[in-house]
Design a protein around this ligand. Sequence first.
Ligand SMILES: [Zn+2]
Length: 170
Amino acid sequence: MHLVVDEMLVRERKEWTAWFDEVVDLEGDGTWAARGCGELKLAVDAARVQVRGSVTADIPRECDCCLAHFLHTVGAKVAEVCLMGEAESGDAAWDEDNEVWRVGLGGRVDVTEMVRQAILLALPTRGVCGDDCPRARELDTTQHEAQVDPRWAGLTQLQRMGEDDGRPEA
Ligand SMILES: [Zn+2]
């Protein structure tokens, strides 16, 4: 989705909503894409364009535990400001120093790029295919068992027996 600055500036309504529904090329090389959908609130005044909203995307990835492919559903918040400047054309560029987008009066705001970055930021580094992942369950059990120091295992058992004292059997 692109917003053309020229067109936005002559709009009657300076605030409006747009439905985003696009396949987003996550790495820019066509190898990893996800469809993102969501409502965006757009606002424009003489100095800037604001893009806000949330987008949901089902991102294909590999399970960290069992290596199965699955879709990781991610909700990404978009909150971007793009300042308008000199009369350059071309797409808005990210100004790293000031952490803001900049676009010329003859340019375009690349909303898809904003959404792409928001989705990648929202994607957790670890991904497990689901609660019933066979391998994740296995790992959990192993870790849990490993956490109990064998030297204390006997004591834990004694404590449990002590707690049971004097209570009627259920
Ligand atoms: Zn898995």
